[in-house]
Design a protein around this ligand. Structure first.
Ligand code: PHE
Length: 350
């Protein structure tokens, strides 16, 4: 009796094995192969069920039955691998045969630098070719460097012009000492504090202002600060350097205009504008169209003194360029917000 059940069970496995192998060799696609795998070798598949049924057998029969299942399941796994190779290679053959290699390809869009990054690089290039060095500074800045050392003490009306985003952290006096820098000028002070003249540097970077956005205002934008301090630096040097920069960026025939402006950290202060019509060749209007691109001036002697420079010996000039303004002019863009909308239809044009 025992002998018979043992034989029955073993035969049963043989039968199942042969059915499984027939089914396996009939699979033609990866999907049907997968279905087969789940049915036989899956977590709830036939092999697992058979293994579980061991416990129902009399203990004497268990080893033999167990061995039979194990060897059957090994065979199934090996055959599965070879069938997989067969199915995939015929799948590939089908794909190859259905491919028309004479069809035109799908064009690949290659990436490009953001227009603001490109403009920053162009401006930096213009100044490095004149001997300026590039440095960077922190975007989270101290009131001390962003305002106080730039001759903008607490309660100075000029602070109103820099709508400041403050860091919400108070010092022991109950004041907020940190902010998101509103301009790149704090790097003038940070440099002069640690370095003696001669100084010729530019500082590209992001700045932040708490402002409503519109076509010409963003709450964050980019500036490039410039600073030159040495013996005998005059306003003529400032004009010559900035004029040369405009020519390098906008072309030899660009017209520039300097006008008085006020910034607490320079004296005298100026703004530089370019005549947009002077560089659009196909524009025959005689009218001038001045667009301001930067603020500048001679570094205020108070500031030179505060960083410990001898004002009888040294003078300097500084400037701050609005990068987005320049990019808008260069590319004829009329809305500053386009730069930061991350719309690939816009950014993909550059
Ligand atoms: N920091 C000034 C601004 O953001 C620009 C400036 C820089 C003006 C240097 C003069 C000298 O408006």
């Amino acid at each position: 009796m025992n002998k018979n059940t043992e034989k029955d069970s073993a035969q049963n496995i043989d039968k199942i094995l042969s059915i499984a192998l027939t089914e396996l060799s009939a699979t033609k696609t990866l999907d049907s192969l997968n279905e087969w795998k789940v049915r036989y070798l899956g977590r709830k598949g036939i092999v697992v069920q058979l293994k579980r049924s061991i416990s129902e057998l009399p203990s004497k029969e268990r080893p033999k039955f167990g061995q039979a299942i194990n060897s059957a399941s090994k065979i199934l796994e090996q055959k599965l691998i070879s069938q997989h190779t067969k199915v995939t290679s015929s799948d590939n053959k089908n794909i190859r045969e259905s491919l028309d290699v004479t069809l035109p390809g799908v064009p690949i869009n290659s990436g490009s630098l953001h227009p603001i990054t490109q403009t920053i690089r162009d401006i930096c290039e213009a100044f490095t070719s004149m001997g300026f060095e590039i440095i960077e500074g922190p975007e989270i800045e101290l009131d001390y460097y962003n305002f106080q050392m730039l001759n903008i003490p607490k309660h100075h009306p000029a602070r109103d012009g820099f709508n400041t985003l403050w860091i919400d952290q108070k010092d022991s006096n109950g004041e907020r000492p940190m902010l998101l820098r509103t301009h790149t000028s704090p790097m003038q002070i940070r440099t002069m504090e640690t370095q003696d003249p001669p100084i010729r540097l530019i500082v590209p970077g992001k700045v932040y202002r708490y402002e409503a956005t519109d076509s010409s205002h963003e709450w964050h934008f980019s500036q490039i600060e410039g600073l030159a301090v040495d013996k005998d630096i005059s306003f003529t040097d400032l004009k010559g350097t900035l004029y040369e920069f405009a020519r390098k960026l906008f072309g030899e025939d660009v017209k520039v205009r300097f006008r008085c402006d006020y910034f607490p950290f320079v004296e005298p202060g100026a703004e530089m504008a370019i005549d947009w019509n002077s560089r659009t060749k196909d524009n025959d209007t005689k009218e001038e169209n001045w667009i301001e691109i930067l603020g500048a001036g001679m570094v205020h002697p108070k500031i030179l003194k505060a960083v410990g420079y001898d004002t009888n010996k040294y003078t300097g000039f500084a400037f701050g360029i609005g990068v987005e303004r320049i990019a808008m002019l260069k590319h004829g863009i009329d809305d500053i917000r386009l730069f930061y909308n991350n719309d690939i239809r816009f950014l993909g044009q550059f």
